[in-house]
Design a protein around this ligand. Structure first.
Ligand SMILES: N[C@@H](CCC(=O)N[C@@H](CS)C(=O)NCC(=O)O)C(=O)O
Length: 224
């Protein structure tokens, strides 16, 4: 069986970061196919994506040449294909909560996403802290705290050991750093644990080496 993961710019593509971090951290071998964003009327396109998915967005996981599109579907597929990797928590109650926090992350927090666009290599402290974005931040911090308190005793991550939930929140951790979001000590400790994951380091190092400037993802800078 062959796995190819089609992703966008590592500096900007928060949706791509999730499955990439999940597969890499779990040491599941895959071929990376990177497509770079292009600008289109103030928005984004991904030239070349039509070869992989009619949905036109990254990420896409090609399993033996067949597409699985959307980051949540990809992570669920990986968990199903590699049960021995225990990508979801083993305990059923923990797993229900892990699925819920991932789903909430997947479908929510639009205000934070819009005001604090992922931009790993840049620093814009204080920018994007609109009341609506900060309400999202508060909810995220309280989700992290609930997961850590109830299920986190076996390690520093949301459910103790690494799971899909950490892959889902990794892009948020980078946003909090980019925008200098003030966090309580437990949330800071969780962010540190995520930054310490080998796969997160590897992704962020590659993001910092990217030089493409995509105006649609740069609300606080103008093209040099
Ligand atoms: N819900 C999708 C969202 C994917 C998405 O919006 N990807 C963006 C880049 S991060 C994209 O491909 N945009 C190009 C476009 O909309 O044409 C997922 O979880 O994979």
């Amino acid at each position: 069986m062959t796995l190819q993961l089609v992703i966008g710019n590592k500096n900007y593509s928060s949706w791509s970061m999730r499955p990439w971090v999940l597969l890499r951290q779990a040491q599941i071998p895959f071929e990376e196919v990177q497509l770079k964003f292009a600008e289109n009327d103030g928005g984004l396109t991904v030239p070349g994506i039509e070869k992989y998915s009619a949905a036109g967005k990254v990420p896409v996981l090609m399993v033996d040449g067949q597409p699985v599109w959307d980051s949540l579907a990809i992570c669920e597929t990986a968990a199903e294909m590699f049960p021995e990797k225990k990508l979801w928590p083993e305990d059923a109650a923990a797993r229900r909560v892990a699925r819920s926090v991932c789903a909430e992350m997947h479908s929510g927090f639009q205000a934070m996403r819009g005001a604090m666009v992922m931009n790993i290599r840049s620093r814009h402290p204080g920018k994007g802290a609109t009341p609506a974005a900060m309400k999202d931040v508060q909810r995220i911090v309280s989700l992290w705290s609930m997961c850590r308190e109830r299920f986190g005793s076996a390690g520093p991550l949301l459910f103790g050991r690494f799971s899909v939930a950490d892959a889902f929140f990794a892009p948020v951790v980078t946003r909090f750093e980019t925008y200098g979001v003030p966090l309580p000590p437990e949330a800071q400790a969780y962010c540190k644990a995520v930054h310490n994951l080998e796969a997160v380091r590897e992704w962020c190092d590659a993001a910092r080496r990217e030089t493409e400037f995509v105006q649609a993802d740069e609300p606080y800078a103008t093209k040099p």
